[in-house]
Ligand binder design. Structure first.
Ligand code: AMP
Ligand code: MG
Length: 490
């Protein structure tokens, strides 16, 4: 393949467009970020800089630190906060909006790709309600690392370009350090963006927003006439959501707050708060300690994804008829199942599709649950040598019988061990962002040492590689990790 070098632009060479704000003040509040005193760059992501065709040398440019801290904006483009509503824990909240995230504009690349450049924690907006508009260093590190971890696991997500901090204190359960995360995505539009206008009875604004989203992100749908175009748009979002959640389930990712205002219209993982990766496989795992009913428990994510798509269908009901919406929503289950089954088959190293594969996979997960075995490490062991996987499932009754069935199933397709292991190691990660690893990076950073963030990020950039020198990052959590509690406060 011939690769032409992408341009590496300085900040002043970066073309920045208004993005969503060109729709006008019904959709955004024009607002400058609030400066953060004496900001310091905590971490900079050269991968995302490359995506933006930004010269990584800008990390040393004082103007970049100003942007990253919300102490400057791009000249000639007004920054803004977007308005949205949402169903929070099942209850409709008529007005939310970017209460602490300000979009500085939309960077345009040489190939015409567009990325919103958003500073999260950059001060209050018209939508802050009782919030202080700030983010804490802890939560920005969590979002930075998790979004990059998911990206390198092949899961659609917003990205993180940088974190800036300041000595300014922010009060949560305790005084913490103020920080700003620079977040990058083609769009941060949410299901809730559509809900806001629908429930206000402003059907023309719902249509405007849908036209914007389709024109920008689903241009292939422009070939269809309305209303078929809007029905196809809904269906596409439904299918993306289903596939996204199937991918989360396959790596044991639990989002924690699947409110409709945290659901991306592009099918990206959006708004990292009290998320958690599974350590021991526990299907009913609740990562968010404030989620008392377990509405967003790990094994409820696929169902909640559909619930949220139904909420989106309601929000689009002035554009999409009931029958068309039902047809679009009916695509959720098969899209989920197809992706989930393909992933499970791949995780077990099964090349061919045969009857009984799903039962075999589900029975394996039951063994993991019974043994409280580590989700990631057991699948990885199964991808390395069967005896070590069997040993991890020591405590599970029926494990011997399962391994017998598995061997028979492998033999039925003439599975070759080395080839299977190699393929399985490309889908069963060795490294995930375990909560205790994030916590170690956070504790070091709160003490002024940012090196662990970069080290951990480097490990997570190659989650499927063996990385023998980083073996310790693959370890299941130590005992002290049981003390870590994650809540919505961020
Ligand atoms: P989240 O739970 O982070 O998705 O946030 C839910 C809503 O609360 C969104 O509208 C956020 O913008 C808003 N929000 C969260 N934290 C703050 C804060 N510190 N200041 C202002 N608004 C906030
Ligand atoms: Mg949110």
């Amino acid at each position: 393949m011939i690769e032409t070098a992408a341009p590496a632009r300085t900040l002043s060479e970066l073309p920045v467009a208004p993005g969503l704000s060109k729709l006008g003040e019904r959709f955004v509040e024009f607002r400058d970020p609030t400066p953060l005193p004496e900001p310091q760059l905590v971490v900079f992501n050269a991968d995302v800089a490359a995506l933006l065709e930004l010269d990584p040398a800008v990390a040393a440019d004082p103007d970049f630190v100003k942007l990253a801290a919300g102490n400057a904006r791009f000249s000639g483009v007004q920054s803004y906060a977007a308005i949205y509503a949402g169903h929070q824990f099942g209850t409709f909240v008529a007005q939310l909006g970017d209460g602490r995230a300000i979009t500085l504009g939309e960077v345009v690349t040489s190939s015409g790709a567009r990325y919103e450049w958003q500073v999260k924690g950059a001060g209050t907006t018209a939508f802050s309600r009782f919030g202080d508009g700030r983010a804490v260093l802890r939560s920005t590190i969590r979002e930075y690392l998790a979004s990059e971890a998911l990206h390198h696991l092949g899961i659609p997500t917003t990205r993180a370009l940088a974190i800036a901090r300041s000595d300014e204190a922010v009060f949560r359960e305790r005084p913490e350090t103020a920080a700003v995360l620079t977040r990058i995505a083609p769009s941060h539009l949410r299901f809730g963006s559509f809900e806001l206008f629908h429930y206000r009875g402003e059907a023309d604004a719902v249509a405007k927003l849908a036209d914007y989203a389709i024109g920008r992100f689903f241009p292939e749908l422009l070939a269809l006439e309305a209303p078929a175009r809007y029905a196809a748009f809904l269906r596409e979002v439904v299918e993306r959501t289903a596939r996204l959640i199937a991918q989360w389930q396959s790596v044991g990712f639990s989002h924690g707050v699947l409110n409709t205002d945290n659901m991306s219209i592009l099918g990206l993982t959006l708004d990292y708060g009290p998320y958690g990766f599974l350590d021991a496989y526990e299907p009913g795992f609740i990562c968010n300690h404030t989620d008392e009913t377990g509405r967003y428990a790990f094994d409820r994510q696929p169902g909640i994804g559909l619930w949220n798509c139904k909420a989106l269908a309601v929000a689009l009901s002035t554009l999409v008829s009931k029958d068309d919406a039902d047809a679009a929503l009916a695509a959720y289950e098969p899209a989920y199942r197809e992706r989930a089954v393909a992933l499970l088959r791949a995780k077990l190293g099964l090349r061919e599709a045969r009857e009984g594969d799903v039962t075999l996979a589900v029975d394996f997960l039951d063994l993991l649950a019974a043994a409280r075995a580590d989700h990631t490490n057991t699948f990885r062991a199964l991808s390395t040598d069967l005896a070590s996987a069997r040993a991890l499932l020591e405590a599970a009754p029926g494990a011997d019988a399962w391994f017998e069935r598995y061997r028979t199933r492998l033999a039925a397709e003439g599975s070759d061990d080395p080839a299977r292991y190699a393929a399985m190691q490309c889908v069963n990660p060795k490294y995930i962002l375990r909560n205790y690893l994030a916590q170690q990076a956070i504790a070091a950073a709160e003490g002024g040492d940012f090196a662990e963030i970069a080290r951990l990020h480097a490990v997570l950039r190659a989650p499927f590689d063996e990385q023998p020198e980083n073996e310790s990052y693959a370890a299941a959590p130590p005992e002290w990790a049981a003390e870590i509690s994650v809540s919505c406060s961020s």
